[in-house]
Design a protein around this ligand. Sequence first.
Ligand code: S3P
Length: 429
Amino acid sequence: MSSLMVKRADKFDIEINTIASDKSISHRCAIFSLLSDKPSTVKNFLRAEDTLNTLEIVKKLGATVVDEGDTIHITPPKELKEPADILDCGNSGTAMRLFMGFLASQEGFFVLHGDQYLASRPMRRVADPLRKIGAHIDGRVKGNLSPIAIRGAKLNGYEYDSPIASAQVKSAMILAALHAQEMSILSEPRLSRDHTERMLLGMGAEIIVEKGKIKILPLTSPLRALNITVPSDPSSGFFFAVAAAIIPESRVVIQDVSLNPTRIEAYKVLQKMGANIAFIEKEEVYEPIGDIVIQYGTLEAVDVKENIAWLIDELPALSIAMAVAKGVSRVQNASELRVKESDRISTVVENLNLCGIDAKEHEDGYEVVGGAFLQDTAVNSYGDHRIAMSFAIAGLLNGIKIEDTECINTSFPNFISLLQEISEVQSGN
Ligand code: S3P
């Protein structure tokens, strides 16, 4: 099991144009390419374990992938292939849930599986509404846990009010609706990240978003192919944003990153805490893209209880800023954190405590008493990439050792080399 030692960093001023490509968009590029009959062209596809697994699945379903280095061409099969093997989603809940929605209507038998962490994450949030419209889906523990078995079936149109603001649930249901018999209408309690709607609209799908409701018409012909350059991932960039926000006199520019409003809320919270942040929009391709400049500022505590779906992935890194900020910060309405790659309420609080920070768990969040010295200590990632990278950033203050860091490769393989531009970092076993 690999580990990472991070030493205390001095002030830094860097521009980064190699933040990992967006994970959510890369998954969708691979999966949505199957909705066209022409080759899709994807530049800057994220080459990390999660998204490469998704690309492998797309190949097992019959697509041909030509890899030209920075650009890949995905040619969909004339007819989807029934794979002879299981489809391995690795660590990715996004892959498993989106494929459930997509495969539910496809002819054939499909088994989705993943690693030990994914195998304990709830799938009924997608399986239940899909079963209600005719899908044949089963899995362990009453159809909740993987392996998930799907026998493609005819699906009915639906009206579904999702009880959770989850882009994975929404996307799975939209994908199912594209191959349903009638029009479908979907709503969610609050808007979750909307890459699926934006990309499918760009491909020509008939999706109408009106007053919080999404109407989806079944496909009558294949969609246009994708032609896209995947922007950098704001969630990955956020680790370096926090680094600049907590180290006096530091500054970082995160280049060519998605500025989709459903993805940059954590930067806005960091700005509210006192960091100096500027958003510079440069272009709009499916969604706004540009640079984010983050400069150190004295941080004050903050309460985070709104727009949780827009910053759910950044909460572990934000907790490091909370540990540095003056006062008591609180996170509420965030029980979704408990079903991420780890139970992030418990892993964040446990690791902050190990760093000497007074933090307490609540059912739907946590509170952090900021301002104390962050001790050089050893923490565990619990196999969760965002926990590993968040605490690596914490270590920039006074040093840290993180155990179990291979998981960083699921989303951000060049994280360590970028961190080395700021500090001394050693990998070990
Ligand atoms: C994702 C949606 C979010 C997010 C995950 C990626 C996506 O999950 O946490 O990392 O690509 O749709 P939920 O939709 O379950 O909240």
